[in-house]
Design a binder for this molecule. Structure first.
Ligand code: NDP
Ligand code: 2IT
Length: 444
């Protein structure tokens, strides 16, 4: 049996209840065959892949908090410090009832390679809780965040582990988490990113993942001789990534016709009204059913469905495994030319394969959504030098990073004889730097 298959078997055996983690490991290891087979003996002797798939540290803790009626609740808190070969652990905190150890491990594993692709010195980590922020009062959110940080603060720091936002964790949550960290530790340091602008946050971090997704998509289309201007785009999700992906897509001259949330989706043939969307989601924290009040000609549908719309470009920006094989078939049938992942692992393995086999340009999340964490690393730099850069400065650095990532995934794919396979290109390009650092640092 090849070394890669042995390690995949081991991961399946050791983590039977973690399907998302197994999926992420399979996707990455399968595409590393070209490099691993060339170094099989050394890698096996040094247990390189076994070390790569085993987190350096996994923290699981109790998070008790009291609701507005005086009732106590207990959630489970997680932080997986996956790999620090190239820098301090870096990655977001997800607050969603579906969170479990397997989901945090899949996200942490992806993060290692994503962070490496940015070219910046950040290792891979991820955390969160099965707490559901939906429908909670501000005071309840604060109570949860303070309790979560009371435990987490023992294990993080500006030079060791720097969490940030993800699903359910936005500016409000980061503020409460930061306040509690500062209160307990007594230091004013860049221990979190995505902070408010008045206390060490970076301009353009809020926009970074969505904007970065479009910078990379635009470049990917360009190197394939296609202009994004005039193209029609389907976006799923209506959170931080989706909103700013829509904003940049429109700025680049594309028309965004869909957004969704976990209840349903909107189709607006004339193009999504961004100001309405921001007001519904960022100000009112309401559901997409409200969109019709702003745009009477739009359609609202319950359930899933954004991928059934005829579009040129599909940008899944909600959550993992939200684009299935049947969706991929509809996209292909409707003449879609490109799919770029704003979310982490939104496309199932079968759907990814189908899209690639049908010559759809496919940009994997670890490349396409790396703009968020890259800008988090820029926030860390600004905190270290105790300066703030202008929006234009951060945005132009972000753009440069995304264009580089695009070329790096494309060039690496070509170098290994699989031109246009950006999944393989991104995985190998991300892996190479991490392996180099792991080799240099010995068996640790
Ligand atoms: P938000 O919480 O701001 O928004 C998430 C959006 O996705 C909401 O519209 C939400 O709908 C929808 N959603 C979440 N879970 C589900 C689900 N199980 N089924 C259907 N819809 C769902 O999160 P972000 O925009 O920050 O994150 C979106 C994706 O992007 C995630 O995969 C995240 O890991 C990834 N990402 C985020 C980065 C960032 O900087 N924020 C960076 C890189 C990747 P509802 O409100 O109904 O739950
Ligand atoms: O998935 C991701 O890259 C994020 N949620 C952002 C992480 C970060 O540290 O900014």
């Amino acid at each position: 049996m090849s070394y890669i298959d042995e390690v995949i078997d081991l991961v399946v055996k050791k983590n039977p209840a973690q399907p998302e983690f197994i999926q992420a490991v399979k996707e990455i290891l399968e595409s590393l065959r070209f490099v691993v087979e060339a170094n099989e003996e050394t890698f096996r002797r040094e247990a390189l892949l076994e070390r790569l798939v085993e987190p350096e540290r996994q923290l699981i803790f109790r998070v008790p908090w009291v609701d507005d009626n005086g009732n106590a609740h207990v959630n489970t808190g997680y932080r997986v410090q996956f790999n620090s070969a190239i820098g301090p652990y870096k990655g977001g905190l997800r607050l969603h009832p579906s969170v479990n150890l397997g989901i945090i491990k899949f996200l942490g594993f992806e993060q290692i390679f994503k962070n490496s692709l940015t070219g910046l010195p950040i290792g891979g980590g991820k955390g969160g809780s099965d707490f559901d922020p939906k429908g909670k009062s501000d005071r309840e959110i604060m109570a949860f965040c303070q309790s979560y940080m009371t435990e987490l603060c023992k294990y993080i720091g500006a030079d060791t582990d720097v969490p940030a936002g993800d699903i359910g964790t936005g500016a409000r949550e980061i503020g409460y988490l930061y306040g509690q960290y500062k209160r307990i530790k007594g230091v004013y340091e860049g221990v979190l990113t995505g902070k408010g602008l008045s206390y060490g946050g970076s301009l353009a971090r809020k926009q970074a993942t969505g904007y970065g997704l479009l910078y990379l998509t635009d470049e990917m289309l360009r190197i394939n001789g296609i202009d994004i201007k005039g193209k029609t785009v389907a976006i799923s999700g209506s959170g931080n990534v989706a909103i700013y992906a829509a904003e940049k897509a429109m700025e680049l001259g594309a028309k965004v016709v869909t957004v969704s949330d976990s209840n349903g989706w909107v189709y607006d043939a004339e193009g999504i009204d961004l100001e309405a969307l921001k007001e519904i989601k960022e100000v009112k924290r309401a559901r997409l059913t409200e969109y019709k009040n702003y745009r009477p000609n739009s359609e609202y549908h319950e359930g899933r469905g954004v991928w059934s719309v005829k579009v040129d470009i599909a940008l899944p920006c909600a959550t993992q495994n939200e684009l299935h094989l049947e969706d991929a078939k509809m996209l292909v049938e409707n003449g879609c030319i490109a799919v770029a992942e704003g979310a982490n692992m939104p496309t199932t393995l079968e759907a990814t394969e189908y899209l690639q086999n049908n010559n759809i340009l496919f940009a994997p999340g670890k490349a396409a959504n790396a703009g968020g964490v890259a800008t988090s690393a820029l926030e860390m730099s600004q905190n270290s030098e105790r300066l703030s850069w202008t929006f234009e400065e951060v945005d132009s650095k972000l753009k440069g990073i995304m264009v580089n990532i695009c070329h790096s995934m494309a060039d690496t794919a070509e170098k290994y004889g699989v031109k246009g396979n950006y999944v393989v290109g991104a995985n190998i390009a991300g892996f190479e730097k991490v392996v180099d650092a792991m080799n240099a640092q010995g068996i640790v």
